[in-house]
Design a protein around this ligand. Structure first.
Ligand code: ZN
Length: 237
């Protein structure tokens, strides 16, 4: 008798454990589905443009460095060239998918492309705008800021694009405002269309390098550059 009771008690305990386990896994599954729906809806809620707003506009994107030239290297070894390519790919996708723009890139892989070939490709394609994507480095590892460059003698169109992209990236990433600046960089000097060069942050800063390894963070950087270009063309959401 005792044995039977014990067996019944054990069985009901097992059943309740199984039920609880099932309930827990169902709850977890529901929670996961809810989380997925929330993240999907927040992505869908991004203020993307209706396709077609930049239709007919030709934008050349130049991910800095590549191949044997890694660009700046972060404290733990992250290559600027890789980060530049990731941000540039997001920017290209946003311009195509949200804006309907035509996009050409100087490289879509980790390969060596000379500065001359980058400029010639943009000029031959008769791009309307040129955007070179870089990340900066400093001997002072604490330093971090957002800078955006045009050529010393840039026209008003280039300066307008510079200011709008700079503002969006500063607001979006929330780093120190390192100012919209002028420089004599080759790709800014020899391109025949309005051109800017972005240095959204300093890869030499260990904290920033860690953030630059995160795909979500570099996605946002590309998206903010896109928003600045949309502002420049007067089609921002
Ligand atoms: Zn660079």
């Amino acid at each position: 008798m005792k044995c039977t009771r014990l067996r019944i008690a054990t069985r009901s305990l097992q059943a309740s454990v199984i039920m609880r386990a099932t309930y827990f896994s169902t709850t977890s599954r529901i929670a996961l589905i809810l989380l997925a729906l929330i993240s999907a809806s927040s992505l869908l809620c991004l203020p993307a443009l209706a396709k077609g707003s930049l239709e007919g506009v030709k934008i050349f994107i130049d991910p800095g460095h590549g191949g044997p030239d890694p660009g700046a290297v972060g404290p733990s070894g992250l290559h600027e060239a890789d980060v530049n390519l990731r941000v540039s790919s997001v920017l290209a996708n946003c311009l195509r998918e949200y804006g309907g723009a035509q996009v050409m890139m100087s490289r879509t892989d980790d390969i060596d492309v000379s500065l001359g070939r980058r400029v010639t490709a943009a000029n031959n394609w008769r791009a309307d705008r040129f955007i070179s994507v870089h990340h900066n480095a400093s001997l002072n590892r604490d330093y971090n800021a957002t800078e955006t460059y045009v050529y010393y003698y840039a026209d008003r169109t280039a300066v307008d694009m510079q200011e709008k992209v700079h503002r969006r990236v500063v607001e979006g990433l929330g780093l120190r405002d390192g100012q919209a600046r002028t420089a004599g960089f080759y790709v800014l000097r020899y391109t025949s269309m309005p051109a800017i060069l972005t240095e959204a942050s300093y890869i030499s800063n260990p904290y920033e390098e860690a953030r630059l390894k995160d795909m979500g963070y570099t996605w946002r950087e590309g998206y903010y550059i896109y928003l600045g270009i949309a502002d420049h063309f007067g089609v921002a959401p």
